[in-house]
Design a protein around this ligand. Sequence first.
Ligand SMILES: *Cc1c(COP(=O)(O)O)cnc(C)c1O
Length: 449
Amino acid sequence: MSQSYQELLEKNEKYLWNPFTQMKEYLHDNPIIIERGQGVKLIDVRGNEYYDGNASVWLNVFGHNRKELNEAIQQQLEQIAHSTLLGMANVPSILLAERLVQLAPQSLHKVFYSDSGAEAVEIGLKMAFLYWKHRGRPEKQTFLSMKNAYHGDTVGAVSVGGISMFHQAFDRLLFPTEKVSYPYPYRFPGTVEECRESCLDELKQVLEEKSEQIAGLIVEPMVQGASGIIVMPDGFLSEVERLCRRYDVLLLVDEVATGFGRTGKMFACEHEGIQPDIMMVGKKLTGGYLPVAATLTSDEIYDAFYGDHAEGKTFFHGHSYTGNQLGCSVALANLELYERENVIEHVQEVSKSLAAWLKEFEQLSHVGDVRQLGLIVGIELVRDKERKEPYDFEEAIGVRVCRRAKELGLLTRPLDAVITLIPPLITTKKELREMLMILYQAISEVTEG
Ligand SMILES: *Cc1c(COP(=O)(O)O)cnc(C)c1O
């Protein structure tokens, strides 16, 4: 049964197209083929071990092959794997919805499932759009989103996205949206406060002119992830909420990356006590096991769709696997473990050590900025530190650093010239220290060597 690395590689080349991957380079770059995982490590078919330094693209919480989560799936499997949620329900999907509402900001009372973060975003956008229609304000049909935002790769999510490398090519496929700046203090010519105020002024101006047409504003709370781990200044998010209320625009918060403890709070909204109308979650909901995502809404939104069949307010949206029992069961077990193991306190505790250790990186001559909130880290590399001069895209500095880190036993992915570290939430201080030592060595060798 077992196939050699070489055989698998040939079949990868022959049959498989990997996501976000230039296949020509990948196939000639000694690619990793994972066989199994244990704790915070991944083990490939050749027997090499690596730290899972980006939590398998921001998903993993309790490490791999965790007994309680494996058992939750096995137990559910003996009942049933899947039945539809269209026009009927199942046990774990109801119980998980209850749990999510208990944990979420108080404004949110209803749960609509899907299979990925991008779908959760599509659903939120469609709900906001129809909400105004049902309320007799059909002219509110456009969205306000942030420059450099990332909300997933489906066409609606890309429409509210703003990362030119990923999104620009699809220009003609997208619906038009209004875009405002997300505060990026490192690249702002002024103080952090000036950066915040400048972005707020910009937002206010657009709302002043166009709020009559705007259904909702969508934002990545506290941290803009895929654009390079950009951390908002204090006070920005609560002011965004205030402006949304003032101009009667729905607030949609994309917690797909930040939700479930990544930033040191259960949800990033809690940092500023905001109460969104719609919230999307995905990554980490199942501990990184199975694809379940959800869009949470207020009663106000749910009620706008509530009526007799003939009123035509039914929300015609769903996916084949919406509310999948295996996924919901492992999500329930995952959230139970959060409580039992005090995951949020653990994140707060280790992220203090992390902050102290990250100071060492600031000494490196090509590290321009180090950003961190909880267990999400972005290290921005620059050619010239004094002038904050970026590396050229062609130099692929981030790719080269991560390639070296891989040789040293740590897997992570760059966001252009920003090196990320996004470990599983239960990573211990000792493991975290080892991951950082590898990153430090990789950055200094590649940028100074
Ligand atoms: C990853 C991500 C998404 C998309 O989630 P998928 O499950 O990959 O579709 C959406 N928003 C944010 C903020 C994300 O980080």
